[in-house]
Design a binder for this molecule. Structure first.
Ligand SMILES: Nc1ncnc2c1ncn2[C@@H]1O[C@H](COP(=O)(O)OP(=O)(O)O)[C@@H](O)[C@H]1O
Ligand SMILES: [Mg+2]
Length: 450
């Protein structure tokens, strides 16, 4: 064997090993070039085989006949751009007359295996131009968020989508959200990622965690208020409703001052207020909503009604006052009592992790995206953290959050502890930091170094 053959065998073996153990690295090292070549070489025949070509124009046929040239071939959509990405390829196609986006979408499964890619999705960018996103490997198997994400005010990256793009939680577009999932399906990890994303921003975090506070209390240093029992939760929610009334009062006075100002400049929510007057936005995280909605006695029922009423009011009016709800639960249906369906109608962002039954999936998507129900049911049990995310527009995506451990989240919250705003009305619910650090021993070390 020559040295060249030995080197070749080594490279192929290394590539094979990489592809098996670290598909993301394989993709960057070899996969992207091979895939781009494969797509370009096979393009015409694959499009032909998938029925995505159109017959040549009449004048071309006539010209060929007149000049005794060979008959021109059917033409596939023109490739406008082929862009390699961290996880796949993005192909921009200009459709031929008579083709539509649906043709490409319907052929995506055929395109996927013809180009030997892992997944293919398509969407229309503008009339006649389609973006086909292909992934080279299963990006959700081992989620790695890109180093650079576009974080804007109140818009945080939380997960990766199936097509390799980043899934953002945008509070200004979708103020309130509901996250459903069976136990151990990844709800708390998803919520932890949200906290991690929000921690560096100018936002007050409020947590309600009635499962003895195991999920949120370790993160206490970044939280402006925490509740670990339904009683405290009821008081905390009342304080938030009072805060909301104050913010509305502020907005109203602002409007009155600016009577002679054109309509467009009149403050309709906190984001229209001048920076120095704007109240801090608040994100309220509820881990396990059923703990708040269930009751055993008459007295607990009164408390439950008070909690749900406060939540419904926050959901209905909170957006303009910059109060956003993020509610987690295993189920969220009428069996939790009155007011629940009304609350659900306001929680327009929906995320469903693995669910136990179809009714739960219907609770998540039945009223907004019927085909997402099916996708939610099909989530396999072994891929914890995999979820379907949809919103009131009916669009949905398969997503998975990175596996942020509690320790990582605690460290991050401690690092940004000085960003925790002091809201006087929530001060009684501020947890003392001592208990938080005791819960996770390593947090002590990181506080010392921070
Ligand atoms: N996005 C994810 N990636 C990898 N593993 C995950 C992910 N989400 C959850 N898991 C695993 O599932 C376990 C349960 O998740 P958790 O969020 O606590 O579930 P839930 O709150 O729904 O009961 C976690 O300890 C973790 O090991
Ligand atoms: Mg949980």
């Amino acid at each position: 064997m020559t040295a060249f053959t030995v080197a070749l065998v080594l490279v192929v073996a290394a590539a094979g090993l990489l592809r098996w153990r670290r598909p993301a690295w394989y993709w960057l090292a070899f996969g992207v070039t091979l895939a781009a070549l494969r797509v370009l070489v096979r393009y015409r025949s694959v499009m032909d085989a998938c029925g995505l070509t159109v017959p040549p124009a009449r004048w071309r046929l006539a010209l060929a006949r007149a000049t005794h040239r060979p008959v021109p071939e059917p033409r596939p959509p023109r490739i406008r751009r082929l862009r390699p990405t961290r996880t796949g390829l993005v192909l921009r196609l200009k459709l031929r007359p008579g083709q539509d986006v649906f043709d490409i979408a319907a052929a995506s499964d055929r395109l996927r295996h013809s180009f030997s890619m892992f997944g293919v999705t398509s969407r229309e960018v503008r009339s006649g131009v389609v973006e086909v996103r292909m992934t080279g490997y299963d990006v959700l198997k081992r989620v790695q968020m890109p180093a650079e994400t576009e974080t804007r005010a109140m818009r945080v990256p939380v997960a990766l989508r199936e097509d390799g793009s980043v899934h953002y939680r945008d509070y200004r577009a979708i103020p309130h959200a509901l996250t459903l999932g069976a136990t151990e399906s990844g709800k708390s990890v998803y919520q932890r990622n949200l906290v991690a994303g929000l921690a560096p921003l100018d936002v007050a975090l409020v947590g309600i965690d009635c499962k003895q506070g195991v999920e949120l209390f370790p993160l206490a240093r970044r939280f402006s208020a925490l509740a670990d029992s339904p009683d405290t939760a009821a008081e905390l929610l009342d304080a938030l409703v009072a805060r909301m009334a104050d913010v509305y009062r502020l907005i109203r006075t602002q409007q009155r001052i600016t009577v002679d100002v054109p309509d467009a400049e009149i403050a309709a929510d906190i984001w229209d207020l001048p920076d120095e007057l704007r109240p801090t936005p608040v994100v309220v995280l509820v881990d396990e909503v059923a703990e708040l909605a269930l009751y055993a006695s008459k007295e607990e029922e009164r408390r439950r009604d008070r909690i749900i009423t406060a939540l419904v009011r926050l959901a209905q009016l909170g957006r303009a006052a910059g109060i956003y709800l993020e509610i987690c639960g295993q189920r969220f249906g009428s069996e939790l009592g009155k007011g629940i369906t009304m609350l659900r109608a306001q929680l327009t962002g929906r995320t469903a992790h693995r669910l136990n039954d179809e009714t739960s999936a219907n609770m998540a998507f039945g009223d907004i995206a019927p085909d997402a129900v099916l996708a939610a049911i099909k989530i396999p049990a072994e891929l914890r953290g995999l979820a379907i995310a949809g919103d009131a527009s009916g669009g949905w995506h398969r997503i998975r959050a990175p596996h942020t451990s509690l320790r990582q989240a605690v460290n991050l919250c401690n690092r940004y502890a000085d960003r925790t705003p002091d809201l006087p009305e929530l001060a009684p619910f501020r947890s003392t930091t001592g208990t938080a650090t005791e819960l996770v021993p390593s947090a002590k070390a990181s506080t010392a170094t921070a």
